[in-house]
Design a protein around this ligand. Structure first.
Ligand SMILES: [Zn+2]
Ligand SMILES: [Zn+2]
Length: 359
């Protein structure tokens, strides 16, 4: 079922200096998002405030050093490459030292991102572990033969449910190609609608995708304890962030619809994370809804609001508090795009979870 023809790899131009690099398409998409439609002719003017200047976009995307009022060589080299490509590639006309008229919309985010990555069978099944002897916990000398989810039941555990032997690690790209997924993990992946073929998701993302990004609300109560679990959480968090926000600097809250900077949006799990298995956590179309820190996150997490079967925000957990009631009634009736046929059962679970709670 996973035999698919090879996908063409369309590489967007890469700008680089020493070990720093970024995709031009991604940079241009950011510029476009910050630019203003001032003429209504399909072009936009990118006239950045100091903190959204090209220098900072490059620092963010490529990770180069940058400080105010100072020029760093790698950042500067990439900036000059960007200037050249913007003008010679027909993307933009230069207006001043720092501003440009952008002449056309960016390449479609989704497809350019997909095409830049190598594809693997069952990319979410990506953990491997050195096989151990059940009695001693020492390596039993057989090679790694399959890849798994982190919660695969095949791995031996002690009485306290700790895994025996060395902790699992993420498969290398070579192992992703060479090793087949284990049958039971494959069954989980299929049941949770994980992609049968696709890019290695989070290994390609930068740590900054997480650091600046939303905090997953449900981590708080059931946070991971060991190092491997933390890697898994960061990994998942990056996927989820990418899925919900992409590389846009601003996105609408999935509940109230207000457009906010990415850092004011969190990925709120629809049902608590610990109730989901690995495969379900990686089904981003049903795992979370983007909620703002201006209130929607708390209102949803505590069940004051819910989403009904028609996909609309409803008042749910009763409260006598007037301020809470006002906050709820301000968004009741809004259409929630994250409510789909696939995610509807999760929203129903969320309602049930908070059905018996009272103020
Ligand atoms: Zn497995
Ligand atoms: Zn909101």
């Amino acid at each position: 079922m996973s035999k698919t023809a090879a996908y063409p790899r369309i590489m967007p131009p890469t700008l680089s200096s020493n070990d720093y690099s970024l995709d031009f398409d991604e940079l241009y998409a950011r510029m476009w998002a910050l630019a203003i439609d001032d003429q209504g002719d399909g072009t936009r003017v990118y006239k950045p405030e100091s903190q959204s200047a090209l220098k900072w976009l490059i620092a963010d995307l490529a990770g180069t050093p940058a400080t105010p009022g100072q020029t760093w060589p790698d950042n500067d080299r990439i900036r000059k490459q960007a200037h050249t490509l913007l003008q010679e590639g027909g993307w933009a006309e230069r207006l001043t030292q720092t501003s440009f008229r952008l002449l056309r919309p960016p390449n479609d985010d989704g497809s350019s991102e997909r095409d830049t990555h190598e594809r693997y069978d069952w990319p979410t099944v990506e953990w491997v572990k050195i096989p151990v002897d059940r009695a001693t916990g020492n390596p039993n000398g057989t090679p790694i033969r399959k890849r798994h989810f982190l919660d695969c039941w095949h791995w031996y555990r002690d009485e306290d449910q700790n895994l025996l032997g060395d902790p699992p690690r993420l498969a290398t790209d070579e192992e992703m190609r060479r090793l087949a997924p284990c049958q039971s993990c494959l069954a989980e992946a299929t049941a949770a609608n994980n992609p049968s073929r696709g890019p290695r998701l989070s290994l390609d993302l930068e740590p900054s995708d997480v650091e600046d990004g939303p905090v997953l609300t449900q981590w708080r109560s059931d946070g991971p304890t060991d190092g491997t679990a933390q890697v898994a959480v960061r990994h998942e968090q990056r996927h989820l962030r990418r899925h919900l926000i992409g590389s846009q600097p601003e996105s609408p809250c999935g509940l109230c619809g207000r457009k906010l900077p990415a850092r004011e949006l969190v990925a709120a799990h629809i049902v608590p994370r610990h109730t989901l298995n690995e495969a379900e956590r990686l089904d981003f179309s049903t795992a979370a809804v983007l909620a703002c820190t201006l209130g929607c996150d708390a209102l949803f997490e505590r069940g004051y609001i819910a989403v009904d079967d028609s996909g609309r925000v409803v008042s749910h957990r009763p409260t006598k508090n007037e301020a809470l009631r006002d906050a709820v009634s301000a968004i009741v009736g809004r259409n929630v795009a994250a409510h789909t046929e696939a995610s509807a059962p999760r929203f129903a679970q969320h309602r049930a979870l908070h059905a018996s709670a009272d103020a």
